[in-house]
Ligand binder design. Structure first.
Ligand code: ADP
Ligand code: 5GP
Length: 198
């Protein structure tokens, strides 16, 4: 039984990689991830822990594990987060154990996280492959973020401030996909996830 990606490779299975998807708030990351979850169950999507309140339609354990600040702090203190960051007033983190378990089994893993988290993963897992999701234009990003209607104007403003920093970091990523069509991005991202590791 293969016990690590290397073992899986030696056993003849294709090498799998940890893929990180990042990009400014409102660009369409959750929409793309939702589409991959529906169409490609062979890709394992990490479910993050967050201290933010659920949006209408979000289910605990599906989009996120919703936690109190105390529960989140305890996970960090116990070393149970692969990475974590504060974003626009809330904390978000990737539970470590399930990711390590899937990678050991040779399953392709996708993380949807912010720039600060992506930088931490780059350091701790240098073999990871980082994809930047970009909007067709700044105006379209603003339109999507405000059009989603899930945040009050003050939070939209904070997210757009963060978006300027995130947009400036695009060159740190291994690939950029422009989210004009969700279906196109799904297919392009899948090709990157499934590409053999070099
Ligand atoms: P993120 O997860 O990056 O914050 P969302 O997935 O919530 O962004 O998308 C923000 C808004 O943009 C949502 O209302 C979503 O329906 C819309 N959206 C996502 N992708 C596209 C696209 N390719 N074209 C038009 N609207 C999109
Ligand atoms: P939202 O509140 O819109 O769902 O997410 C806000 C931001 O937090 C997005 O940029 C999203 O990618 C990021 N995010 C979601 N989960 C995690 C995580 O586990 N770690 C980090 N660092 N960022 C995350």
């Amino acid at each position: 039984m293969p016990t690590s990606p290397i073992d899986a490779e030696e056993a003849g299975a294709p090498a799998r990689r940890l893929t990180v998807l990042s990009g400014p708030s409102g660009v369409g990351k959750s929409t793309v991830v939702k589409r991959i979850r529906a169409d490609h169950p062979e890709v394992w999507l990490s479910v993050s822990v967050t201290t933010r309140a659920p949006r209408p339609g979000e289910t605990d354990g599906v989009e996120y594990f919703f936690a109190t600040a105390e529960e989140f702090d305890r996970m960090v203190a116990e070393g149970r987060m692969l990475e974590w960051a504060e974003f626009a007033g809330n904390r978000y983190g990737t539970p470590r154990a399930p990711v390590e378990e899937r990678l050991r089994a040779g399953t392709p893993v996708l993380l949807e996280i912010d720039l600060q988290g992506a930088r931490q993963v780059r350091t701790s897992m240098p073999d990871s492959f980082h994809v930047f999701l970009a909007p067709p234009s700044w105006e379209e990003l603003v339109r999507r973020l405000t059009g989603r209607g899930t945040e009050p104007p003050e939070v939209v403003r904070r997210r757009l401030d963060a978006a300027r920093t995130e947009m400036a970091a695009e060159k740190e990523f291994d690939a950029t996909l422009v989210n004009t069509s969700v279906e196109d991005v799904r297919d392009e991202l899948l090709a990157l996830i499934q590409a053999p590791r070099v």
